[in-house]
Design a protein around this ligand. Structure first.
Ligand code: GLU
Length: 444
């Protein structure tokens, strides 16, 4: 068996019951064959892929907190410190009932390559809890965040591990987490990113993932003789990524016509009303049905279904495995010519292959949604120099970073005779930098 096959088999066996982690492991290692085959003996001797696929450290802890009825609740907290070859561990925290160790490992593994592609000095990590912030009072969310930090604080630091937000963790949660870290350690340091602007947050961090997705996709379209001008775009999700993807899509001359949340989705043929969507989701913490009730042009549907709407470009911005093979077939039948991932791993392996085989331009998450973590790294830089940059300064850097990422994917895929295979380009380009650092630093 080849070294890649050996490692996939071994790591899968040693980590049972973690299907999402197995999925990303398969995707990444399969694309790396082209590089691994050239260095097979050396990598095997150095157990390079085993070291890459095994987190440096994984922390699991109990999070007890008291709800508004005086009942004690217990959740599980995680932090996976996956790889620190190119910088301190960096990656978000996800609070969602679906969170388990396999989900955090899939996200942490992706983060290694994503962070590498930004060109910035950040290693890969991820964390979270099966806590569900939905329907909880502010006091309950604070109680949970404080208890979560009571354990996490001993494992993190501005030069050690710098968490941020992800699904279920936004400005409110980061604020409570930061306050508790400061209380426990007495340190005022840039230990979290996505902070409020009054205490070390960066301008444009809120917009960064959505804007970055559109900057990346725009580069991908340009390189293939296309543009967003006058195009119809379908978007899934209605969180931070989706909202700012919709905002930037309008700025680039496109018409975004859908949005969704965990209970339903909206088709708005006149284009999503961005101000209303922001009010419903960011201010009222409401549902897509609230949006539809206030917008006469919108159709509301229960469940999932945005990919059946005809569009030129599809941007999955909700969650993992939300775009499966049937959706991919529908997109191809509708002549959608580009798909770019705003969420982490929203497309299944089978669907990705089908889209690529049918000539759909495919921008993988670890490149397309790297704008969020890139601006997090810029927030770390601003905290280190005790300065704040303007919105335009950060946005200009974000644009340049996303353009550079696309160029890396394009040149890397061409170098390995896999032109326009941006999945291979992202995995190989991300890997090359991390491996160079790992090999140079010895067996650690
Ligand atoms: N959760 C985001 C991601 O998936 C951002 C992480 C960060 O800013 O550290 O990349």
């Amino acid at each position: 068996m080849s070294y890649v096959d050996d490692v996939i088999a071994k790591v899968t066996k040693e980590n049972p019951g973690e299907p999402e982690f197995h999925q990303t492991l398969n995707e990444v290692l399969n694309s790396l064959r082209v590089v691994v085959e050239q260095n097979e003996e050396e990598y095997r001797r150095d157990a390079l892929l085993e070291r890459l696929a095994n987190p440096e450290r994984q922390i699991k802890f109990r999070v007890p907190w008291v709800d508004d009825n005086g009942q004690v609740q217990v959740n599980t907290g995680y932090r996976v410190q996956f790889n620190s070859a190119i910088g301190p561990y960096k990656g978000g925290l996800r609070f969602h009932p679906s969170v388990n160790i396999g989900i955090i490992k899939f996200l942490g593994f992706e983060q290694i390559f994503k962070n590498s592609l930004t060109g910035l000095p950040i290693g890969g990590g991820k964390g979270g809890s099966n806590f569900d912030p939905k329907g909880k009072s502010d006091r309950e969310v604070m109680a949970f965040c404080q208890s979560f930090m009571n354990e996490l604080y001993r494992h993190i630091g501005q030069d050690i591990d710098v968490p941020a937000g992800d699904i279920g963790v936004g400005a409110r949660e980061v604020g409570y987490l930061y306050g508790q870290y400061k209380r426990l350690t007495g340190q005022y340091e840039g230990v979290l990113t996505g902070k409020g602007l009054s205490f070390g947050g960066s301008l444009a961090r809120t917009e960064a993932t959505g804007y970055g997705l559109l900057y990346f996709t725009n580069e991908m379209l340009k390189a293939n003789g296309e543009s967003f001008e006058g195009k119809t775009v379908t978007v899934s999700g209605a969180g931070n990524v989706a909202i700012y993807a919709i905002e930037k899509a309008y700025e680039l001359g496109a018409k975004p016509v859908t949005a969704s949340d965990s209970t339903g989705w909206v088709y708005d043929p006149e284009g999503i009303d961005l101000a209303l969507l922001k009010d419903v989701k960011e201010v009222r913490r409401g549902r897509m049905s609230d949006y539809a009730a206030e917008r006469s042009s919108a159709e509301y549907h229960e469940g999932r279904g945005v990919w059946q709407i005809e569009a030129d470009v599809a941007l999955p911005c909700a969650t993992q495995n939300e775009l499966g093979i049937e959706d991919a077939k529908q997109l191809v039948a509708n002549n959608t010519f580009a798909v770019a991932e705003g969420a982490n791993m929203p497309t299944t392996l089978e669907a990705t292959k089908y889209l690529q085989d049918n000539g759909v331009l495919f921008g993988p998450a670890k490149a397309a949604n790297a704008g969020g973590v890139a601006v997090s790294a810029l927030e770390m830089s601003q905290n280190s120099e005790r300065l704040s940059w303007t919105f335009d300064e950060v946005d200009t850097m974000l644009k340049r970073i996303m353009k550079d990422i696309f160029t890396k994917l394009d040149t890397t895929s061409a170098k390995y005779d896999a032109e326009k295979d941006y999945v291979l380009g992202a995995n190989v380009a991300g890997f090359e930098r991390v491996v160079d650092a790992m090999q140079t630093q010895g067996i650690v």
